[in-house]
Design a protein around this ligand. Structure first.
Ligand code: NAD
Length: 489
């Protein structure tokens, strides 16, 4: 059985704790590893290593720091297969989904290779005679990321390459549900040869998180996970004077207008709702049809849901994998029941799914709920499973008002062939990521990533220039050089 270790000060180390949790393959239900639930002493060791490494790392020229990222990018690319298998084996998603996730991770490393350009300062000469003003960007210090289970490879890379390239030293805490992917990635990071302490990993759950939130030497924290935990992370880290951004949960609406290409809307919405078994913060979970779009869309999406092949993500021809664990399967099935008890129709019911050869896997088949009512519990709650709720309204204004009445604002999509409708939607809808005839509006690494409303707590977002701003602090210098001093030159 694989034993998960921490990586601190350039060494693989045993945690200073005796408590471990099982890491389970969601398709087989079998334990594949044991992960430590590290505590304050382990976080202390990682923070000390990172703090000791910081002075030399920040003095390393940015163009030299990114040489490590070039090497990291090549290693991630040439080991894509091994990393993707690890992701599938512990998260349940399909091999193709795991590969696509790592392509996005690598894209972030590539963008961060441009940091020498992205973090350069600004100067204004002669703001008064002989006085110049200069803005410098300096790293924050020791920074940390707390990651969720659903993208074990990608999500740390929304931050890790930017943090390192801007001269910070770094600690990642993977989700205790999926710690093995980062073990594979850190074996590659070891080959990159960063100076000791520049990059560290602590495995654990709440105790490790609380120690990170309270550690005086950790200056900035990025978090991705559920909204209740995001709110907690944001308030506790901010109360401790840290820079913090926390991405939370979602309930993403897709609006289908009568002038849309309905076949396309069905295919894209099904991919969005059921891809990664619905365990994606950008998954569509509410489909709102307008006017005459209703019947054709409803028929099409029911066919798409019932024809999806499910199974172990490493087997050929599988379109959807398992949910992360038995608690998640039970919760999703219970929420389908709740929707039905609130009056929703269930024309495609994914409860009680069985996959031959994987009888102990945590599978729920794609599910469609119809006539879901605004304000009902199933409308309010993030399901985080392959469950799509259908709603119907008469006008685009009603649809946008319904979308905007939700507490979340991570993504919203519109299906239409009308430019005017698309512009109105993009202008009025309250969400951080917008798809027009797109179902998973995931920004490329050179755009910022974040939601709005209860999907995000903070200001600066992940990826690209926002990550550079987050991981650097600006310093403004005003200099006087009197003319009489410079005349002789
Ligand atoms: P989670 O909130 O349970 O866990 C996330 C991290 O927080 C983990 O590292 C976990 O160890 C830690 N944690 C959990 N409970 C804690 C507590 N009480 N105190 C301190 N730390 C705690 O989330 P998850 O189940 O791993 O991930 C799924 C959630 O993440 C969904 O809600 C999904 O929408 C969200 N998500 C959001 C985005 C986004 O960009 N907005 C992206 C991916 C996932």
């Amino acid at each position: 059985m694989n034993k998960i270790l921490n990586y601190i000060n350039g060494e693989w180390v045993e945690p200073k704790v005796s408590e471990y949790a099982d890491v389970i393959n969601p398709a087989t239900g079998l334990v594949r590893a044991r992960t430590p639930l590290s505590g304050a002493a382990d976080v202390e060791a990682a923070a000390k290593a990172a703090a000791d490494a910081f002075p030399a790392w920040r003095r390393t020229p940015a163009q030299d720091r990114v040489q490590y990222l070039f090497k990291m990018r090549d290693l991630l690319k040439s080991n894509l297969d091994e990393i993707s298998r690890a992701i599938t084996d512990e998260s349940g998603k399909t091999y193709e989904e795991s590969k696509a996730e790592m392509v996005r991770a690598i894209e972030n490393v590539e963008v961060a290779c441009g940091i020498p350009m992205m973090m350069k300062g600004e100067i204004s000469e002669d703001i008064a005679p002989g006085i110049d003003e200069i803005m410098l960007r300096q790293p924050v210090g020791v920074v940390a990321t707390i990651a969720p289970f659903n993208f074990p490879g990608m999500i740390p890379f929304w931050y890790l390459p930017y943090a390192l390239a801007t001269g910070n030293t770094y600690i990642v805490k993977p989700s205790e549900k999926v710690p093995s992917t980062m073990q594979v990635i850190f074996r590659l990071i070891e080959q990159v040869g960063f100076p000791k302490g520049v990059i560290n990993m602590v495995n654990g759950a709440k105790d490790a998180v609380d120690a990170i939130l309270d550690h005086p030497q950790i200056r900035a924290i990025t978090f991705v996970g559920s909204t209740n935990v995001a709110r907690y992370i944001y308030s506790r880290a901010a109360a401790n004077g840290k820079r913090v951004q926390a991405q939370g949960g979602a309930k993403n609406p897709s609006i289908i207008l009568p002038d849309a290409d309905i076949d396309m809307a069905v295919k894209i919405t099904a991919d969005s709702a059921f891809g990664c078994a619905g365990q994606r913060c950008l998954a569509t979970s509410l489909a709102i049809t307008v006017g005459e779009a209703r019947n054709e869309f409803c028929e099409g999406i029911c066919d798409a849901a019932s024809s999806r092949s499910i199974g172990y993500g490493l087997d050929a021809g599988i379109q959807m994998g398992a949910l992360i664990n038995s608690a998640s399967k039970a919760r999703v099935e219970q929420l389908i029941g709740l929707g039905a008890s609130e009056g929703a129709g269930v024309p495609v019911d994914g409860r009680g799914a069985q996959v031959k050869g994987y009888e102990n896997g945590f599978f729920v088949r794609p599910t469609i709920l119809t006539d879901v009512q605004p304000g009902s519990e199933i409308w309010k709650t993030e399901v985080f499973g392959p469950v799509l709720s259908l709603m119907h309204v008469n006008t685009i204004d009603d649809a946008i008002a319904l979308a905007n009445s939700h507490i979340y604002g991570n993504q919203a999509s519109l299906f239409t062939s009308s430019g005017a409708a698309a512009r109105k939607f993009r202008y009025e809808v309250e969400a951080g990521n917008i798809g027009i005839n797109i179902g998973v509006a995931a920004p490329m690494a050179f755009f910022p990533f974040s939601g709005w409303k209860d999907s995000f707590f903070g200001d600066l977002h992940g990826q690209a220039m926002d990550a550079v701003d987050f991981f650097t602090q600006k310093k403004v210098v005003v200099e006087r050089w009197p003319k009489e001093w410079t005349r002789k030159f």
